[in-house]
Ligand binder design. Structure first.
Ligand SMILES: NC(=O)c1ccc[n+]([C@@H]2O[C@H](COP(=O)([O-])OP(=O)(O)OC[C@H]3O[C@@H](n4cnc5c(N)ncnc54)[C@H](OP(=O)(O)O)[C@@H]3O)[C@@H](O)[C@H]2O)c1
Length: 289
């Protein structure tokens, strides 16, 4: 069993950290705001005052925070950042969905300390995080991948090594783009069908049985129809992912007209005040609920 520092106890991170505690690791947790910390210390984790303090003495440090800005703060802050506490033989794992450009910069900063680095963004949402059934898309050196296995196993149904640092971020952003493009299309078409006189529940009983309906899209379409906007994955985080995906595509001169259009839809949803709501709230742009 390892000493693991876990940084970021949001909706995903709190569930992931709890699974590491359950697996028997000695887990030290830190979160920017104190609210979620007691939930983990009640289960046996130790609280640290800063990411740096959490990292001191840890074999592995894992971050699960909102975005590039949050990741930069928890790892690199000169006074409180985890890198300042990381031992040379330790392993830093970034699980947050971040941009390829940032994760490359972070990997270089970790390497300069003599520690190892693995990016490990995850596919799956709160139920999968709760049940330890996430799919990890790991990028990094084979040695770092091997070193991470016992820390990732309690979190995941599968851990894929997809290439060097940066590949994990790109693949994760492609996965979320494939999801977001579908959800924008379903919200738009459900709005159209509603205005054309269809009953939402009845028409979904047909549409969700068709081969064009992916399981994820069908699930979200039912949430849209039911007006279920309980937050699991908010519009704000999906917008962040589309910003990173479209910038990442620009960087390699890949055309992404559908991702570009979906990003505009997401920005519209934020401007309409739905940023903190679940991604299912896209239906609100088209007259639903
Ligand atoms: N939700 C999902 O279904 C899902 C699925 C796969 C991947 N992801 C990705 O996983 C990551 C976490 O998602 P989540 O759903 O757990 O988000 P969340 O519930 O909003 O939690 C965000 C976490 O980031 C922290 N944070 C935000 N800004 C920060 C800053 N400047 N400095 C330090 N900490 C900061 C928050 O701290 P406070 O508590 O103090 O605000 C919180 O711990 C994101 O990258 C997301 O895209 C999410």
């Amino acid at each position: 069993m390892s000493k693991i520092a876990f940084l970021g106890l949001g909706a995903m991170g709190a569930r992931m950290a709890a699974n590491l505690v359950k697996a028997g690791h000695a887990v030290t947790v830190w979160n920017r705001s104190p609210g979620p910390v007691a939930g983990l210390t009640d289960q046996g984790a130790t609280a640290a005052a800063t990411p740096r303090a959490a990292a001191v003495g840890a074999d592995i440090v894992i971050a699960m925070v909102a975005d590039d800005t949050a990741s930069r703060a928890v790892w690199l802050d000169g006074r409180t950042g985890a890198l300042a506490g990381l031992a040379p033989g330790a392993l830093a794992i970034e699980c947050s969905t971040v941009s390829p450009a940032w994760v490359a910069e972070l990997a270089a900063a970790v390497a300069a300390t003599g520690a190892a680095f693995l990016e490990a963004p995850v596919v799956g949402s709160l139920p999968q995080a709760q049940d330890g059934k996430l799919i990890v898309l790991a990028g990094g050196e084979a040695a770092a991948y091997d070193q991470a296995q016992h820390a990732l196993a309690p979190l995941a149904a599968a851990v894929h090594h997809v290439g060097p640092v940066g590949r994990g971020a790109v693949l994760k952003l492609a996965v979320n783009s494939l999801l977001g493009i579908q959800l924008a299309a379903w919200a738009e078409m459900m709005g159209f069908l509603g205005k054309a006189g269809f009953d939402g529940a009845s028409v979904l009983d047909i549409l969700t049985t068709l081969p064009i309906a992916s399981p994820a899209a069908a699930n979200y379409a039912r949430m849209m129809q039911a007006g279920d906007f309980a937050v699991r994955f908010p519009v704000d985080l999906m917008t962040k992912d589309f910003r990173y995906a479209t910038a990442g595509a620009d960087a390699v001169k890949a055309d992404t007209p559908l991702a570009d259009a979906t990003l505009r839809v997401l920005e519209d949803a934020r401007e309409a005040g739905h940023g903190a709501e679940n991604i299912s709230a896209l239906i609100r742009l088209y007259g639903g609920h």
